[in-house]
Design a protein around this ligand. Structure first.
Ligand code: SF4
Length: 485
């Protein structure tokens, strides 16, 4: 029996109410935030602090300005603003850069390569039926033997995470992370817009095995098309009866994808990371042991049960079986989502995506603002969990932004440094103070001051955003030192 959102503490209403009000009026007035704070029974100052921490919310009327994306892929495609237009962060439509305007449903034609995950949507719930028929203990053992790892970027083994929550012997919360906020990544939007039933089957399997007291699905607040597709699938006939999720639109910001930040947001608190321990599987949403899984992870669960663990292990690597959704964008001929086995060589992905638009590929950013730039000498690397290069490049959520001979590598590196400085939530000093200084030193070509600062920010920051913010800079200094002298 799952709890309804109304049975959670009232402060959980803060983010949904802020989002609804913002959706109605296009901005939040002081009076509206005050009224929402009263409704959620939160001190007004606390509600205001939380509201103003979200990237997507405006606090004055935007007066109908057109929106122009200035994410890296759009920047590489020559995005430029005209008078009266609003400059926005990544719109996550990198496959049709330069993007203008609001969110759109993910177009089917940008699913460039489909495997078991992106095959036409399920209608028969075979995976769920199999999970039910083998029994709970056997099903949990099958997750272990499938070797499934999370697809949000950390690749933590799913079976081990679930075992950590189940070992608490208390009611569990299941949080589905669709707060896709990394520039250059749009695969969760593709899944939710185009294969929502596969995601729902994965959630239903998780609900069957974890028996959670609450299921919350957090969808990026600006991914309206993905949320509407999910809600339409939830309302469609034949849905498994064991899932009654609470669908919550996020409020924006890269940091919201961080697990404990997501928990704070759901609890109506300021969206900043929590100290660990305790880990979410020990004490997460309102103190419950909490499993947080990315939507791609859960969609893989549907595939693993439909086809069986052995079939699931037939692609990918021994340590990281299965396929991965790569979001390929930038100066490449056929941008879009590619479902390919983990362990595939970067060069092969570039080739499948049609190669460079202009001349040859000169660099690829892997893993977004927390990853790194790779030079052509590294394109033979296998795309699998772990570092792809000692300077910090990694697969992460699977974003691959391609630069070619027309691209300005230095400008791209500066864009990543600026993004990390702007997205720092400010909770800890090394990241809050260090990220802007890293950007300054980079602009000033002061590599001598920059290099020790990269070490400090990486080592002393509280969460992954700060810990990995030095990576794109470190890799660029390694491969193209002449650009920063
Ligand atoms: S590392 Fe940055 S984003 Fe993370 S808590 Fe510290 S200030 Fe916030």
């Amino acid at each position: 029996m799952q709890l309804s959102p109304e049975s959670l503490p009232r402060r959980a209403r803060l983010l949904p109410l802020l989002h609804a009000e913002h959706g109605r009026r296009g901005w939040l007035s002081p009076e509206s935030v005050t009224a929402i704070a009263r409704e959620a029974r939160i001190p007004v100052a606390e509600a205001w602090e939380a509201a103003t921490s979200y990237r997507d919310f405006h606090f004055e009327s935007p007066a109908g300005k057109a929106q122009v994306c200035t994410g890296l892929s759009c920047q590489l495609a020559g995005a430029a603003t005209e008078a009266g237009e609003a400059v926005m962060g990544c719109r996550f439509r990198c496959y049709e850069a330069p993007a203008r305007g609001h969110d759109q449903p993910f177009p089917e034609q940008f699913i460039r390569e489909a495997g078991p995950l992106l095959a036409p949507d399920v209608t028969d719930w075979r995976g769920l039926e199999r999970a039910r028929s083998v029994g709970r203990e056997a099903a949990l053992a099958e997750i272990e033997s499938s070797g499934l790892r999370g697809r949000g970027g950390a690749y933590f083994p799913v079976g081990r995470k679930w075992a950590g929550a189940l070992a608490q012997n208390r009611p569990i919360a299941l949080v589905v992370n669709a707060e896709e906020g990394e520039p250059g990544v749009f695969k969760d939007r593709a899944l939710l817009c185009r294969r929502p039933r596969r995601v729902l089957e994965g959630i239903a399997i998780a609900a069957e095995l974890l028996q959670p007291a609450v299921v919350a699905i957090v969808v990026n607040g600006e991914a309206e098309a993905a949320r509407m597709s999910l809600e339409a699938a939830l309302a469609s006939p034949g849905l498994p009866q064991n899932v009654d999720p609470w669908v919550v639109p996020g409020g924006g910001g890269y940091i919201l994808g961080e697990e404990t930040t997501l928990l704070n947001a759901l609890e109506g608190r300021k969206p900043v990371p929590r100290l660990r321990p305790p880990y979410p599987v020990e004490s997460g949403l309102f103190g419950m042991p909490t499993v947080i899984n990315n939507v791609e992870t859960l969609a893989n669960l549907s595939v693993a049960f439909r086809d069986g663990a052995a079939a699931f292990r037939s692609s990918g690597t021994v340590d990281a079986p299965g396929t991965k959704l790569f979001s390929v964008s930038g100066q490449v001929r056929e941008p879009g989502v590619y479902e390919l086995p983990l362990g595939i060589r970067l060069a092969e992905v570039i080739e499948r995506a049609g190669g460079a638009v202009s001349g040859s590929v000169t660099a690829v950013l892997t893993g977004g603002p927390s990853g790194g730039f790779l030079a052509p000498s590294e394109f033979g690397v296998a795309l699998a969990p772990g570092v792809l290069h000692p300077t910090g490049a990694m697969v992460g959520a699977g974003g691959l932004v391609v630069l070619d001979e027309s691209s300005d590598v230095r400008a791209a590196v500066l864009a990543m440094a600026r993004f990390n400085a702007e997205e720092s939530c400010g909770k800890c000093t090394p990241c809050r103070e260090g990220s802007p200084r890293m950007l300054d030193f980079l602009r000033e070509n002061d590599a001598g001051s920059l290099e020790p600062l990269l070490e400090v920010v990486g080592a002393a920051s509280l969460c992954g955003l700060g810990q990995m913010a030095p990576n794109p800079l470190r890799s660029a200094l390694h491969f193209w030192p002449e650009l920063f002298r």
